[in-house]
Design a protein around this ligand. Structure first.
Ligand code: NAD
Ligand code: UD1
Length: 348
């Protein structure tokens, strides 16, 4: 029988791509999402892309902090594991509204862990972030590198990681995998699902995407005086479908009797500068991205990229796609859906 996976935040960017891989990988997925930062259209499209496998998807519009609603979902289905994506993720907003972030991300996670425990489901995969490496003293970042946070969003990731370690220490029946994502970009190659941020995008590639479709006049490059090959910041961009596959690998690892509370980086191990990303996008899209050079963005690190050895060795997973694939699939999604899921409301 198909394994049942509860996916919190499953209608969001990474969640929707992961749900599709779950369905195609033979799992059943129950999504819980309050739709605060996503559209239910994403899951309608996932269902279509999955064909017959789409029958194994169900959705509940529920806030994680709504304990009775969550308990009801657990009483209806016995889950083999939970993949926990749900959370708010805008760094700037977290500085302005720290309590919103602590309440949503941390209280939401605690409610989830309590309800899981009560129902005997103690297998968890959690979305952490490379943000916990702060400004790394050394790259590549390994899972043993020092961790810290410079803003409330990052602190929610640090705290939740620590909460998970404590929960495992208190009850070794728990098996927990903390996945530290580097910079997820791109879209499913169908161009049917992708990233659809609300408001002005904070991250590089969604911003470039909106410039390319004419929604914004130019990209502001934050920082041209870093000690990098061309002066702009360097990151480890990872195709969202590779990231989604990393979750399937993590679920398989949870079957391993030896797993405790383990951390894995999900990145490619390659560093790419802002200007290199712009050039790759221009090449595959044929679109010119006008640039305005500006000062550094507060809180930004110079160079961040992953050591991928541990995930390769222990999860048997490795990213397959390079930056041209990421840009091509992003452009395919953006050009077909210039206004994200909104433009297709009613005709999805
Ligand atoms: P997203 O905003 O597209 O998805 C998160 C989903 O969680 C949204 O659909 C939102 O509506 C839902 N949600 C938020 N709070 C909720 C709550 N209290 N109850 C129910 N649903 C709730 O973001 P994403 O890019 O898909 O990120 C998924 C996870 O990965 C997040 O935890 C994020 O912090 C983490 N992460 C993302 C990145 C990135 O660059 N995208 C990098 C590192 C880590
Ligand atoms: C940001 C967040 C980080 C989060 C990550 C993934 C900050 C300080 N950090 O990291 O916590 O985990 O996103 O969601 O916000 N850039 C531009 N112009 C833009 C946007 C970005 O030049 O309009 C540059 C940045 O300076 C950086 C690179 O592009 O050098 C990547 O930026 P971004 O996509 O925001 O990711 P991170 O900085 O890694």
């Amino acid at each position: 029988m198909a394994k049942n996976i509860l996916v919190t935040g499953g209608s969001g960017y990474i969640g929707s791509h992961t749900v599709l891989q779950l369905l195609n990988g033979g799992y059943s997925a129950v999504v819980v999402d309050n739709l605060d930062n996503s559209s239910a259209v994403s899951l309608e499209r996932v269902k279509k892309l999955a064909g017959q496998n789409g029958d194994r998807l169900s959705f509940h519009q529920v806030d994680l902090r709504d304990r009775p609603a969550l308990e009801k979902i657990f009483s209806e289905t016995k889950f083999d594991a939970v993949i926990h994506f749900a959370g708010l993720k805008a760094v700037g907003e977290s500085v302005e509204k720290p309590l919103l972030y602590y309440n949503n991300n941390i209280a939401g996670t605690i409610t989830l862990l309590e309800v899981m425990s009560q129902n005997g489901c103690k297998n968890l995969v959690f979305s952490s972030s490379a943000t916990v490496y702060g400004w790394p003293k050394e790259v590549p970042c390994t899972e043993e590198s020092p961790i810290s946070a410079t803003n409330p969003y990052g602190r929610t990731k640090l705290f939740i990681e620590e909460i998970c370690r404590d929960v495992h220490r208190s009850d070794p029946e728990w098996k927990i995998i903390l996945l530290r994502y580097f910079n997820p970009v791109g879209a499913h190659p169908s161009g049917y699902i992708g990233e659809d941020p609300l408001g002005v995008p904070n991250n590089l590639m969604p911003y470039i995407q909106q410039v390319a479709v004419g929604r914004r006049p130019h990209l502001t490059v934050f920082g041209t005086d870093y000690k990098t090959k061309d002066g702009t910041g360097v990151r480890d961009y990872i195709h969202v479908t590779d990231l989604a596959d990393g979750h399937i690998a993590a679920l398989r690892k949870l079957d391993d009797l030896k797993i405790n509370c383990e951390v894995y980086n999900l990145g490619t191990g390659n560093g790419t500068s802002v200007l290199e990303m712009v050039a790759a996008f221009e090449k595959v899209s044929g679109k010119k991205i006008p640039l305005v050079m500006a000062g550094r963005r507060p809180g930004d690190a110079e160079i961040v990229y992953a050591s991928t050895e541990k995930a390769e060795r222990e999860l048997n997973w490795k990213a397959k796609h390079g930056i041209e694939d990421m840009c091509r699939d992003l452009w395919n999604w953006a050009s077909n859906n210039p206004y994200g899921y909104d433009s297709s409301k009613g005709s999805s």
